[in-house]
Design a protein around this ligand. Structure first.
Ligand code: GAP
Length: 568
């Protein structure tokens, strides 16, 4: 087991033991892709949402070059008129290609882009391929030195077809990497989030195959998702490993359907929203008409979203019910790139300000081939979770152009420019452009948990959670060393004063070591202990979670000390 898999298992165990996260309806065997947050988890999640609302809506950072802008919030219904989802493209387009295994006893469903075929070639096969390809190698060797741009110019000059270029690229790939798309000696089916993970998982399964079947050493491999695998490769089920039992990839809509009212027919069909964004677009005009906002301004919303994910995976990372924190920021087209860059940078800095280390946070600008047709730019803010070797998306910051407002204008009012706004300076009437920072509450909660998880075998309680002070579910604990000798009489007023202002717990049970350990696992930054000396000189001990160091302060200064140290 790799050390990061081990870390992930320890984190999951701690989350369960200490009441951060439970599987939903566990008493009935659970339900895939749904999670419940326990007492500590729901405080943590609430702190995340409060920080976001406070820092993005109530007190947003200054605009680029001091430009003024406003931020307001909405809280829309989860079920909306189904026409919303037709206009937004979710009814026709929000789907994943899916394959099913028809084998008796398996009957699993997979996302075709997350189920992989990994082909292994024996060294002998590979050498034969190389002999066979020698002629090819000689022919394309001079082309290998050329860049993609030069190759495409060459193709244009010589009137070569796109097909030829594709073949050429494949040959160049084969020669450069020493791999071939031709039939491998053995194919292994695996489920994985990406190609590297697929190759590694298949390699560990291969060891078993080699032991059982005594195959020669196979060390050349190539992976294709089931959406792209060569037709002649044996298609193995990633779970039961049977061949010939997988269906062709089919489209599967991710929206959960429901019915409104007593009759269930096509007119009563509705959907649970798969994103909070559309509620904002549908209320764009209401907000403009009912408030004094002027472009540029943003509308924010925090709320539940639902997606019938085919393979919920990696703990809460890909769930079927989750929460989003989304901003739709409306600006004039000619300033939209400036606002895109502004929000991208603001959002990255926000994660850093809450203790996410920059070396695990990797913004990834999407390439032109990944961008939606209406989008000029998009950055995925990714984080290196312990369950994967590749960074994974925490948030997307997308430039959406005028796509959404125009689509809703056309579908609801018959005119693409129905939601156009007059620019007071230029007097032009334009459909505003939109910049959309869209974050997942559950993904950031998981990132905050994995970032906070710390292990130090030299401590009495080796596992502790180093949450950023703003995120810590409990900010302080108050302990009378023993529940007698007048100590509770000093401890209780301190506790009562702190809890009026900050989440605080009182604990008088078990040894002081056990009480510290409980608070360390909850990530509580400071514990105040009232001991024999407190009665004599009015001082108490403060223990710091991160280095277990202790200070002695006057009992009247506890709240002030906390505020000062936590910066709250
Ligand atoms: N309005 C744009 C939108 O919804 P998205 O990339 O599909 O874009 C935005 O989702 C964010 O929502 C993601 O970056 C992620 O944090 C979160 N998210 C999406 N699907 C999720 C899932 N199945 N489980 C948990 N979080 C999810």
């Amino acid at each position: 087991m790799s050390s990061s898999t081990e870390t992930m298992e320890k984190i999951v165990a701690l989350c369960r033991r200490r009441g951060f996260i439970f599987g939903s309806s566990e008493i009935y065997g659970g339900i895939g892709g749904f999670w419940d947050y326990g007492p500590l988890g729901c405080e943590l999640k609430k702190n995340i949402k409060d920080c976001w609302w406070n820092d993005m809506v109530r007190n947003p950072p200054p605009g680029p070059n001091g430009t003024e802008y406003q931020m307001v919030g909405v809280d829309c219904s989860i079920i909306m008129n189904p026409k919303v989802w037709e206009a937004s493209g979710h009814v026709g387009g929000f789907q994943d290609p899916m394959v099913a295994c028809k084998a008796e006893g398996c009957r699993k469903l997979f996302r075709a882009d997350q189920a992989w075929l990994v082909g292994f070639y024996s060294r002998d096969d590979f050498n034969r391929l190389q002999d066979h390809d020698r002629e090819l190698v000689d022919r394309i060797a001079p082309l290998l030195k050329k860049s993609d741009k030069e190759l495409s110019e060459l193709a244009d000059d010589e009137g070569l077809s796109d097909d030829f270029l594709l073949q050429l690229n494949e040959s160049i790939f084969e020669v450069k990497t020493g791999m071939s798309a031709r039939l491998p000696t053995i194919t292994i089916g695996v489920e994985a989030g990406n190609q590297v993970e697929a190759m590694n998982t298949a390699a560990s399964r291969l060891t078993r195959h080699q032991r059982d079947k005594q195959l020669h050493t196979l060390n050349i491999r190539k992976a294709y998702s089931l959406a792209e695998a060569p037709k002649d490769w044996p298609r193995r089920c990633p779970v039961c490993n049977a061949t010939g039992t997988l269906t062709e990839p089919r489209e599967f809509n991710l929206m959960f359907e429901t019915n409104i009212g007593a009759l269930q027919d096509s007119t009563s069909k509705a959907y649970l929203r798969p994103e909070t964004a559309q509620g904002i677009f549908a209320n764009f005009k209401n907000v403009m008409d009912s408030t004094r906002v002027k472009i540029p301004f943003g509308i924010a919303q925090i709320g539940k979203a639902f997606r019938n994910e085919i393979n919920p995976r990696n703990y809460t990372f890909r769930s079927r019910e989750f929460e989003q924190m989304e901003i739709e920021f409306f600006c004039w087209p000619d300033t939209s790139m400036m606002w895109y860059e502004f929000w991208r940078d603001v959002r990255i800095k926000w994660y850093e300000s809450l203790g996410i280390h920059s070396d695990k946070l990797r913004p990834r600008e999407q390439g032109d081939d990944e961008l939606a047709h209406y989008s000029d730019a998009c950055t995925d803010i990714e984080y290196l979770f312990p369950f994967s070797e590749e960074t994974q998306e925490l948030e997307g910051v997308a430039h959406r152009g005028d796509f959404d407002l125009s689509a809703h204008g056309k579908a609801s009012k018959g005119k693409e420019n129905a939601f156009a706004v007059v620019n007071d300076e230029t007097k032009e009437r334009l459909v505003p452009h939109v910049i959309e920072p869209s974050a997942g509450v559950d993904r950031f909660t998981l990132a905050a948990i994995t970032e906070a998880y710390s292990f130090d075998e030299n401590r009495a309680s080796p596992e502790f959670m180093k949450f950023h002070p703003r995120l810590a579910p409990i900010k302080a604990a108050v302990f009378p060393l023993v529940a007698k000798d007048g100590m509770p009489d000093i401890a209780e007023p301190i506790y009562n004063e702190i809890r009026k202002h900050l989440p605080c717990q009182y604990d008088a049970k078990q040894s002081i070591g056990k009480r510290y350990a409980r608070m360390d696992e909850a990530g509580t930054p400071f514990c105040f202990t009232i001991d024999g000396q407190s009665k004599e000189d009015g001082t108490v001990t403060v223990r710091n979670r991160d280095d277990a160091s202790q200070d002695r302060i006057d009992k009247s200064r506890c709240l002030e000390y906390l505020r000062d140290k936590l910066g709250l």
